[in-house]
Ligand binder design. Structure first.
Ligand SMILES: Cc1cc2nc3c(=O)[nH]c(=O)nc-3n(C[C@H](O)[C@H](O)[C@H](O)COP(=O)(O)O)c2cc1C
Length: 197
């Protein structure tokens, strides 16, 4: 079945939304990581959002990594809930929105995710802070060139897993309206319903 066809099919929707999400996303060992919009509750009360790389996905949730000094880290410490939006290029004919609670990644997961990052992103994890950002460009370039990162992740390297309570799969259709399947976790299992696109 073509990816996304499940959302428009007349047959019963897939019973397991996490398996469906995994089938839409690249394998965890694919270096081309999905770029997702991570939404949090800002400390000032307004929603906040930014792009992060989806590090891994499995039955336990959707993992992402960042600096413990970032705004998102402080926001998730205060309100451990988030939403993640993925739009699938190049056709932009599919979207996945996941909402739920977040839990912290284990030390082993943090180390594995850091090792899987490109050399550029590992250097970024060591060097990219507000002090560097405040410098003139020539100094930023010099610090970048001089700063050979130590082995292993910096102390502030951290990550969370978004544990889904709701997953919404959106698929366009050239011949009719776009449609969504929304799964909500209940005490009895996943409840699914079709929604307008
Ligand atoms: C394509 C793309 C991927 C990104 N991936 C990450 C990431 O995996 N982790 C991260 O902390 N920031 C990532 N960023 C930077 C964030 O969008 C953001 O600017 C930064 O994390 C600070 O966010 P905050 O102040 O809201 O915490 C990425 C940005 C882009 C454009």
């Amino acid at each position: 079945m073509t990816l996304g066809a499940e959302v428009h099919a007349d047959t019963a929707p897939p019973a397991d939304p996490v398996a469906l999400a995994v089938s839409w996303l690249p394998a965890d060992d694919d270096p081309d990581r999905p770029q997702v919009t991570l939404s949090t509750q800002g400390l000032d009360g307004w929603p906040n959002a930014r792009t992060v790389l989806l590090s891994a996905v499995d039955r336990t949730g959707f993992a992402f990594h960042t600096s413990a000094s970032s705004a998102k880290a402080h926001e998730l410490a205060a309100v451990p809930r988030a939403a993640m939006t993925v739009v699938f290029a190049p056709a932009f004919s599919r979207q996945l929105v996941v909402r739920g609670d977040v839990v912290r990644c284990s030390p082993g997961e943090l180390a594995a995710a850091y090792t899987a990052r490109s050399p550029y992103l590992r250097r970024l994890a060591w060097l990219n802070d507000d002090a560097l950002a405040a410098l003139p460009r020539a100094e930023r370039v010099a610090r970048w060139a001089a700063g050979e990162p130590a082995a292993g992740a910096p102390e502030g390297w951290t990550g969370w897993r978004l544990v889904p309570r709701e997953l919404t799969f959106w698929v366009s259709d050239a011949d009719t309206a776009s449609r969504r399947l929304q799964y909500r976790r209940t005490a009895e299992g996943w409840r699914v319903r079709p929604l307008a696109g």
